[in-house]
Ligand binder design. Structure first.
Ligand code: NAD
Ligand code: MG
Length: 390
């Protein structure tokens, strides 16, 4: 039996992972499941999958979790340290599907104990790419991308020589506001931003799709994971979300990965890798689709894409700063403190401020420095937003 843990089990990726595992119950032994405030969901899945331990990120909910698991053998635990402890329990395959930088410490712990890490949490590579890739090399563990675009690139590269890759094209739907007049975007609401034309995902990543902060993170993620030059990575608007990514080779060929917009494909590919197994996802009917369309992204509409370029140019801990500032700006937008287009302004300002205090962004790549930068960028973002509100 394969030993499996799922961090962020109550979220969109986590639930899709559980859907696949529950179909083949006898093949897996579930070690750890983690969640946040949705104790009912966490306890229900821990009980039905007979997990060894269930962890909520919130210490104030430990008693609720204990009560929900009473009478079973499932251990209850809570808090950040408990998450990392659960991630260091031996497992063969660990899904990293917590949202945000909070996913980094458990992901790193899973790599250090030698588990294969199925990585949905893109923030891990954005904030700590070199550290995480090195941890995988040190322990001999494998990281498998679960973001649909990166899974697509990974699949297009099977049997290929990375040296023959000229470019990687990540597609983007353009999000909720692709066709909305640019001058009305300042008044866009969180509820409007949290609808996606094609994918059903968590609230935060859906809003990040409307602003293309999600694609900005993915560009950096691709650079870190595949070791590409920033100028080898392109973004292409593709409203149908049918092609997930393309790889262009030095002989002019392009390999495209197509599939229905269902994350169970990328999750299932990582679960069964290096094999390909049948998955319960819809099959494409291209004749019915009729046509696929493409366009270049407009940088005035999607300023986050330029910020990603800046981050890659700055290097060092700029990714950690970028991700943290983005998370706070997104909190600010959701709370109604700043407008939709101000998110990119806030993040840009934070990056400039931190760069001016050089030494921070250039600091060495240790978990401590990354977490410190994360903290610093969050408080800078709060300062920038507070000043804007005055
Ligand atoms: P979600 O919001 O649906 O779920 C997030 C999960 O993380 C939940 O289990 C929640 O309880 C937990 N969580 C939230 N904050 C936490 C914290 N501070 N500490 C510990 N746990 C916490 O998110 P999602 O859409 O499933 O996305 C998860 C990750 O996967 C994100 O990094 C996202 O960018 C990435 N991703 C998601 C999709 C998708 O289709 N949903 C696609 C590609 C990549
Ligand atoms: Mg993606």
């Amino acid at each position: 039996m394969r030993r499996i843990s799922i961090f962020g089990a109550t979220g969109s990726i986590g639930q899709n992972t559980i859907d696949l595992i529950a179909r083949d119950r006898d093949a897996y032994q579930v070690v750890a499941l983690s969640g946040g405030r949705n104790i009912a969901c966490l306890a229900r899945d821990a009980l039905r999958l007979n997990a060894v331990v269930a962890v909520t990120a919130h210490e104030d909910l430990l008693e609720d979790l204990r009560a929900a698991l009473a009478g079973s053998n499932v251990e209850a635990a809570a808090g950040e340290a408990a998450l990392t402890e659960a991630a260091s329990r031996p497992a063969d395959w660990v899904m990293s599907a917590i949202v945000g930088a909070a996913g980094l410490p458990p992901g790193l712990a899973a790599l250090e104990q030698g588990a294969t890490l199925a990585l949905a949490n893109k923030e891990t590579l954005v904030a700590a790419g070199p550290l995480v890739m090195q941890a995988a090399r040190d322990s001999g563990s494998t990281i498998l991308p679960v973001d649909s675009e990166h899974s697509a690139v990974f699949q297009a590269l099977v049997g290929e020589d990375l040296a023959a890759v000229e470019r990687v094209v990540l597609t983007a739907s353009g999000g909720a506001f692709r066709d909305r007049p640019l001058k009305t975007l300042h008044s866009a609401t969180p509820a409007e931003a949290a609808t996606h034309p094609n994918w059903d995902m968590g609230q935060r990543i859906t809003i990040d799709s409307a602003s293309m902060f999600n694609k900005a993170l993915e560009v950096i993620e691709a650079r870190e994971y595949f070791g590409l030059d920033p100028n080898q990575i392109e973004v292409l608007i593709h409203p149908e979300s049918t092609i997930h990514a393309l790889v262009g080779f030095n002989d002019g060929a392009m390999m495209a990965h197509l599939g229905a917009p269902d994350m169970r494909h990328a999750i299932g590919y990582a679960l069964h890798w290096p094999d390909r197994r049948a998955l319960p996802v819809a099959r494409l009917d291209l004749a019915k689709l009729g046509q696929l369309t493409f366009s270049a992204p407009d940088t005035a509409r999607y300023p986050a894409l330029d910020l990603a370029r800046q981050v890659m140019q700055r290097g060092g801990l700029a990714g950690a700063a970028f991700n943290a500032a983005k998370e706070r700006a997104l909190d600010g937008f959701i709370a109604g403190r700043i407008g939709f287009m101000q998110m990119a302004e806030v993040v840009g300002e934070v990056l400039d401020r931190l760069d001016a205090r050089s030494g921070h962004i250039d600091a060495a790549f240790s978990l401590d420095n990354i977490l410190q930068m994360d903290h610093l960028a969050r408080s800078e973002a709060d300062n920038v937003m507070a000043r804007r509100q005055q």
